[in-house]
Design a protein around this ligand. Sequence first.
Ligand SMILES: Nc1ncnc2c1ncn2[C@@H]1O[C@H](COP(=O)(O)OP(=O)(O)OP(=O)(O)O)[C@@H](O)[C@H]1O
Length: 302
Amino acid sequence: MDNTTHDYLSQSDAVKARFDKLKQREVILEVKGLNKVYKSAQGETTALSNVSFKTHRREFVCVIGPSGCGKSTLIRILAGLESYSGGQVLLDGKPVTGPGRDRGMVFQGYTLFPWLTVRKNVMFGLEMNGMSSEEARREADLWLELVGLERFASAYPHQLSGGMKQRVAIARALVNQPRILLMDEPFGALDAQTRCKMQAHLLDIWRNVDVTILFITHDLDEAILLADRILVLKANPGEVQELIEVPVPRPRSVDQLFTPEFIATKARLEALIHPPASIASDEVETVKPHMIRFTNVADNVE
Ligand SMILES: Nc1ncnc2c1ncn2[C@@H]1O[C@H](COP(=O)(O)OP(=O)(O)OP(=O)(O)O)[C@@H](O)[C@H]1O
């Protein structure tokens, strides 16, 4: 089929069958009419307005949207780190009222304890919950093996690359066997090559673990490569624009980046996130701000 005419809504029989199966699985997370209003001295900001969606068991959902559309607010609410103003958040049918072991978190910033070894970082949560050191060590080693870091169990975080640190963070989140893994731009600080490897690695891990993933990203290719469905939010106020079923078949790899399904999905996401500039915003762009010069060399470099 011609790349330019492929419709992101059309699905092959295999993709359709996969979605049919996925939707039959139990609902893990249900967000119903979620509202979040921040109140400050400057006034009120509606960060989220009437956001509703469901994720099914072992589904991979990515959340994208322009800056300020409420992505971080949403994930913080799901993690139980932020209150909400209205609506409902249900995990396995029960309201989320605070943080819990049923949700694992991986953030962009490296959040490992620098004074603990890799193994101790992964053991930490288990020991805090009363597991014996011996058992926690056994569990930690299993998960370190899954993320391919068993050889680095005795290393300290500063001895690891950025990608390796995030693999430890993933092991540390998964060791508690959460129902859902909440990932807030986890690969945002990595260089392009490492990021690419981590995406493949995460898909490998997910294939082997019974966990649902909600993953925030700014990167459209990353969202299409990883997700079953992509929740597209818009800003001011943060609202759901569309929940897109990614028509790219699995298993996924970067080789699919130029397939008609991938290109069509990306075109749809771009149209939603970067709509054609309005006349008003064109005007703003053509007004150049007055620039102060900080150079004593008079000739122009451009
Ligand atoms: N603590 C706060 N107090 C007041 N307003 C806030 C607070 N946190 C976020 N907001 C506002 O809520 C809206 C959503 O913010 P949020 O950080 O969730 O968006 P985001 O999509 O994650 O943005 P980005 O992609 O830039 O990280 C923004 O308008 C933001 O200014």
